[in-house]
Design a protein around this ligand. Sequence first.
Ligand code: ADP
Length: 507
Amino acid sequence: MSSPQPSAILSFRRTFALLIVLVVLPSAGLSGFGVVAIINERAAVEKRLEATWQGTLDSLVEDLPTALRSVRFELVEGQPRLVAPGGRLLSTKSTFQVEDKQVHTGDTELASALHAVESSAKDFPAGTSIFSLMVGGRATLIAAERQGNLVHGVRLSQEAVEALLDERSERWVSSSEPVRFVLLARQEPVGEGLMGKLVSEVAQAKANALGPPVLAEQVLPPPLQDFRMGVVPTGEDPVARASTRNRVVYVVLLGLFYVTLTFGVVYTGRVLYREARLSRMKTDFVSLVSHELRTPVTSIRMFIETLALGRVQDPAQTQQVLQMLTQETERLSTLIDRVLDWSRIESGRKEYHREAQTVPVVVDAAVAAFRAQRLEGDLQLSVDVPEGLPPVQVDRVAIAGALLNLLQNAYKYSREDKRIELSVRADRKWVDFSVEDHGVGIAPRDRKRIFERFYRVDNLLTRKTEGSGLGLAIAKRIVEAHGGRITLKSELGKGSRFTIQLPVGKA
Ligand code: ADP
């Protein structure tokens, strides 16, 4: 029956809602947590890279003063130059001399920087020294050599020192990441006071954001304290690469997770819904069958009582009662057969004995059984079986049973107009057995469902007509077991046409 039974469906809805809450809510929380983790993840990658490089940086910072101690001054055409052991020139063209307190240089910025620290020749340590000095607001590397009261010195080229660094870094670097070691010079605040400091901090932040990302950095030991040594990537930004990769993996996994989850929820929902509906139908079925059984059993009891009490004396009347008894027992056994049939099909125990059969043999079996039912009303059955039809490879009893069911339905679901046409057509591949009636017809929404087990269209006529909702389900299974199918054309209020299509037998 399709009449709604709220309890089964309601409990199904409650179970399903619980499922959604139990599954979807935690997973939504989990994904949200993942998003937060991904946002925080860039910082984590930066930290990891910094930790990776910090060791190398420590070693290089320690090594730099050693490297710088081995450089020497050369005088070329009276001008001092600083040369590394490998012959690499480290100085720029900007040179100076200090004699007592006198500073001689063509570099005005350098001159004022040296004046500012009020250097005299005595302040320089004996021999070669390298230190950092703020020149023109920017930290600069200076090398000087004192001989008595005379000091000569040069400004160092930062690029040359960085090149030297690169050379020496080779033995410390363990990672395959392409990086460069750079010197980051301290910048002096441009203006005075708080504002000046602010402006220069902003400028610094901007430069940091625009320039290559520094993976790790460390301040150099005195006297080079105005410089920091930093590691910058030369290839693409490894932080960006790692976090992009992680994000892509996360988004893909998240997508997959939700696709599976949606699939799981929809699938489970459907299964649960089907089960709920089926259990409802089964309950309906049990009450329906009990009802259907009670009617013939009651009549049978009545007839037997009548006979037993000797109320019928006339032999003709006795015959009539006996005939009705037969009819009722037939109804009873038909119903029981149908239920047993279904249970056999459901459990896979149903066996088909397929043999090559001619179409008229199958049709005649169904029609004979149909006519034997002594149906009331003005039944007009026309049978149209043309000659020369190909044979079919079928279990005659089973297929005739399915056909009989279509004929019975055509009769049951017709009102006054009880014309029924049974016709057979064939082409090269298929033989079509059609049963057409002019009855109540079937609404589009019910057309598929009437083939489901226990399903009966809910209308006045169905309620008055006996049935189990199993006939078409059994017929469909039988036909499909023969490699065929049942199709339906119907118009509500005008009639229906059921067609069993069977493949042409090879015999
Ligand atoms: P039943 O025992 O109820 O006849 P069936 O499986 O044979 O079970 O049919 C299922 C339902 O399909 C019927 O209850 C009826 O509502 C509908 N139906 C079947 N055949 C016809 C038809 N020829 N015309 C209208 N409705 C039909």
